[in-house]
Design a protein around this ligand. Structure first.
Ligand code: IPE
Ligand code: IPE
Ligand code: MG
Length: 239
């Protein structure tokens, strides 16, 4: 084991919620609109879920915004997504900061536009001291990349490849692993998200497309989580 398992029963509210925000393209298609329309609507959902996490007392929210594999989408869609990130950061960071949100980015950002990288660095620096909610945005992220990077850093230092050592070299080693993963859009797969960190996460797959996912759906997800019994390999108490 890499960490002491939390004692059972679990707190009703997950400390860390991770979300695969999927279904923007299909949402737009249903409305005979271009995929961009769905991505823009998806930003509204992200805003609502950040607010809901804050209200429910979730400590960390990780949003999967752009996977390494998403680079394989048509260049027009990729560049549209980059523009949308730029616009969203420009508009939202001050408000997030005023609400005590700390923003962090995980992923390989080397191929991102320089202006976007600058906005990301500024957002992290501005919100560094905030403690109400940590918002982790996974962009250019791949779970296998994260693990491989950890392993190669251990190799470079001549350290043994143990679970504890890998854990300590992952991109955000100090954050708790996700307690709850929500994937919208109906697919039941992880698409190379937090492959290591999801080892004992409760997984919730919902058909709702991301732009339709709002406070009510989020509250339902928390309710579902509250009914899980997390055992971490052990037997339930009282057995
Ligand atoms: C998720 O929505 C957003 C990103 C991957 C950036 P999709 O764009 O994957 O939407 P669908 O799955 O095609 O409906
Ligand atoms: C996963 O969605 C990535 C993000 C939500 C950023 P995809 O739509 O890219 O996943 P696949 O291709 O259906 O597995
Ligand atoms: Mg998709």
């Amino acid at each position: 084991m890499t960490r002491d398992p939390p004692s059972i029963p679990q707190p009703a509210v997950p400390r860390h919620v991770a979300v695969i925000m999927d279904g923007n393209g299909r949402w737009a298609k249903q409305r005979n609109r271009p995929r961009a329309f769905g991505h823009r609507a998806g930003v509204g959902s992200a805003r609502r879920i950040v607010r809901a996490c804050h209200q429910h007392g979730v400590e960390v929210l990780t949003l999967f915004a752009f996977s390494q594999e998403n680079w394989q989408r048509p260049p027009t869609e990729v560049s549209l997504l980059m523009q949308l990130f730029i616009r969203t950061l420009t508009r939202e960071v001050a408000n997030l900061h005023n609400n005590g949100v700390r923003i962090r980015f995980i992923g390989d950002h080397r191929d991102f536009p320089a202006s976007l990288r600058q906005l990301m660095a500024n957002a992290e620096a501005t919100t560094f001291g905030n403690t109400d909610l940590t918002l982790v945005v996974a962009a250019g992220y791949g779970g296998q990349w994260d693990i491989a990077r950890a392993a190669s850093s251990l190799c470079a230092e001549g350290l043994p490849i143990t679970p504890e050592n890998i854990e300590s070299r992952l991109i955000l080693p100090e954050l708790p692993h996700p307690d709850l993963l929500i994937r919208t859009g109906g697919e039941k797969r992880l698409s190379n998200f937090l492959m290591w960190q999801l080892a004992y996460t409760e997984l919730l797959f919902v058909d709702t497309l991301w732009p339709d996912f709002g406070e009510a759906e989020f509250a339902q997800a928390l309710h579902w989580y509250g009914g899980r019994q997390r055992r971490f390999g052990r037997v339930p108490e009282g057995v």
